[in-house]
Design a protein around this ligand. Sequence first.
Ligand code: C5P
Length: 314
Amino acid sequence: MRSYTLIAPAKINLYLEIISDRPDGYHELAMILQSVDLADEIYLQSLDTESICVKCNHPQVPTDQSNLAYRAAALMATKFPQALAEYGGVEITINKHIPVAAGLAGGSTNAAAVLMGIDLLWNLGLTKSELEELGATLGSDVPFCIAGGTVIATGRGEKLSPLPNLDTIYIVLAKYRSLEVSTAWAYKTYRQEFGNSYLRDSENLAARAAAVHSEAIVKAILNQDPGKIAAKLHNDLERVVLPAYPQVLQLRELFASFTGVLGTMMSGSGPTVFALVESEEQAEAVKLQMRAVIPDQDLELFVTRTITQGVQVA
Ligand code: C5P
C-alpha cells in the first residue's frame, strides 16, 4: 500500500484580458497567473480494488464525479488501465484551506495534484508537459496549477510561457463565504455585453493578440517592481462581476482606500478580491483594517504571498 501527500497551491490573476470568443464556446485569453502559498493538502492512498473514492473536510465540496479531483483520477484510470489493474485504485483525501468557488483555482489545483500523485503512485514517469496536456482536458487552469510560479497563459488559459520568478510579494485575499460567482456566467455575460467590441477578422485578431496590453505588467514583473505590477493589474471580468455583485465592488473599494495597499483586483471570475501590499506587517494591518470595517464572519480574510512553484510532493 503506497501513499503520497501533495501541496496544491491557489492562484491569483495579475492580469486577465479577453481577446475574443471562440467557436468552441470558450474565450481566447491573455492572462498572467501567479501561484500563492495558500494551499490545500491532497493525500492519496492506493486501494486494493480498482475504485476511486474522494473524501473532503469541507461540506460544500462534492465527493462524487462532479469533483474535478475525482475526474482527474478517472481520466488516469481510463488512460492507464494496466497501471490501474497493477497498482489498484485510489482514495483521495482533500484537506481544504482554499475557499471554494472563489476564482482561486481551488478545484483545478486539486485535480493537478491528483494527476501528479497518481503518476507517482503508478510509477508512470510522465513528464510535466504530458501531465499538463492531460490537465488541459479537465479544465483551463489545471496546466498552470502543475507548472506554477509566474506565467503568461494564452489560448483558453492552457498555453503557458513562464516568466522569471518574482521576489516575494505579500497579498491579502477577501472572499464572502456565502457568495459564489459562476465562471460560465461571467464569460457568457461578458460576451453578451461586450462581444461586439471584439476584432473579429483573423488578421486583426492576430494583431491584437500580438499587442496585448499585458506588455506593461510583464515589464514590471521583469523589473521586479511591485508598485508598477500593482498599478497595471487588470481583469476584464470585473466589467460584468462588479456591477452585479456590489459586495465585491465594496471590497475592491475598501482595499483601495487602505494605507499600505499597492493595488487591488478581483481574481479570475471572482468573487475573491486581492490586494498587493508592501510587507507582511502591512498585510496583517490591511487585514485588520478590513475586519474592523466588515466584522461579519461571512467575510474570509487571508494573508498569503507569491511563491515560485505549483503542486509539490510534501
Ligand atoms: O475550463 P474550465 O472548465 O475551468 O472553464 C469553466 C467555464 O468558464 C467554461 O465552461 C466557460 O464557460 C468559461 N471559460 C471561457 N473561456 C476560457 C475559460 C473558461 O469561456 N478561456
